[in-house]
Ligand binder design. Structure first.
Ligand SMILES: NC(=O)c1ccc[n+]([C@@H]2O[C@H](COP(=O)([O-])OP(=O)(O)OC[C@H]3O[C@@H](n4cnc5c(N)ncnc54)[C@H](OP(=O)(O)O)[C@@H]3O)[C@@H](O)[C@H]2O)c1
Length: 286
């Protein structure tokens, strides 16, 4: 029976995996969040790996507070870089396949056509720099590692743009949302499903891979669509990023080129519109 260890299981992506795993007999999953396995603890990690001996480790744990990272780079680095390096070394030692996630923010390179895995990364925030360094650690320290760069993750769980818009849209008559940042939302259950499709291949891929939902939008259009589908009477106004300063800089363009993913898998990637509908249905807001 295939054994799969998942870290960070209470986050958006971790919870999506928990739901999908329930429908996959023939696999033994162990779900851990930081109370069961703190990935910054190398001894705890090694102990769990040698006791459970997973064939696959899916790392959904991360420091994801993008703005807070600007003022606390140490904790961001410990989780996104140092812990990932330990994970990768431990996986390499045991012959365990490692799946790790990174961000479109790693690109931030001024290109304005869909970004390919071999385009140069030019991260411009602490979060993005730690995620890039974590990718490099995973890929260099573990031969069997796959790093998936994704963007704008949303889900019925945890903190995300969709849940924030639903809350603010119910409280306020108007909202100002930036329209000069373009990308693609990614529904966590689709990202989890796509990852499993890759792991189910006869020879699962290694290296760097982009994944997001289909389609392209701005945060402004994303917000408008949420208000419209949830029938919230809140007027959304388009503003420039310069009028909404945040501690961390975000890329103006981060559409991901998914050619590599599509060449490997027949997984049908849903359009973000359809996945947003699914998410709102789950939240009882459609
Ligand atoms: N969210 C996005 O928009 C986005 C965009 C692009 C890429 N990504 C990447 O996608 C991946 C999944 O993101 P997500 O949105 O699912 O993240 P998330 O919701 O923030 O989940 C991260 C999980 O890791 C846990 N965690 C924190 N410290 C830990 C530790 N020391 N040991 C074990 N677990 C720990 C967190 O617990 P606590 O909450 O209790 O701290 C949380 O349950 C991450 O690699 C992220 O960088 C996310």
């Amino acid at each position: 029976m295939k054994r799969i260890l998942l870290t960070g299981c209470e986050g958006q992506l971790g919870r999506a995996f928990q739901e999908l795993a329930a429908a996959r007999p023939g696999e033994a999953w162990r779900f851990t969040d930081k109370d069961q396995l703190d990935i910054t603890s190398a001894p705890a990690l090694e102990e769990t790996l040698s006791a459970f001996r997973p064939q696959v480790l899916i790392n959904c744990a991360a420091y994801t507070a993008v703005d807070r990272a600007e003022s606390e780079p140490g904790p961001a680095r410990r989780l996104n870089v140092d812990a990932v390096a330990h994970l990768a070394e431990a996986c390499q030692k045991q012959g365990t396949r490692l799946v790790h996630y990174s961000t479109d923010y790693a690109y931030h390179n001024g290109l304005n056509r869909p970004l390919r895995e071999d385009d140069p990364p030019r991260p411009k925030s602490v979060y993005a720099r730690t995620k890039l360094a974590g990718e490099e650690a995973a890929l260099s320290l573990c031969d069997q590692s796959l790093v998936i760069r994704t963007s704008w993750v949303f889900s019925p769980f945890g903190h995300n743009f969709v849940r924030t818009m639903l809350r603010l849209g119910a409280e306020r008559e108007r909202l100002r949302v930036v329209y000069d940042q373009v990308g693609t939302p990614t529904y966590a259950p689709d990202l989890a499903g796509a990852t499993l499709a890759l792991l189910d291949l006869h020879r699962p891929p290694t290296g760097l891979l982009n994944f997001s939902n289909e389609g392209v939008t701005s945060w402004y259009d994303f917000a408008c669509r949420i208000m419209e589908l949830a029938r919230l009477d809140c007027r959304v106004e388009a503003i420039l990023s310069a009028d909404y300063p945040t501690p961390a800089r975000r890329p103006p363009y981060s559409l991901l080129d998914k050619s590599r993913f599509k060449s490997l898998s027949n997984y049908l990637i849903p359009h973000w519109h359809d996945s947003l509908r699914q998410c709102l249905m789950r939240l009882g807001a459609d």
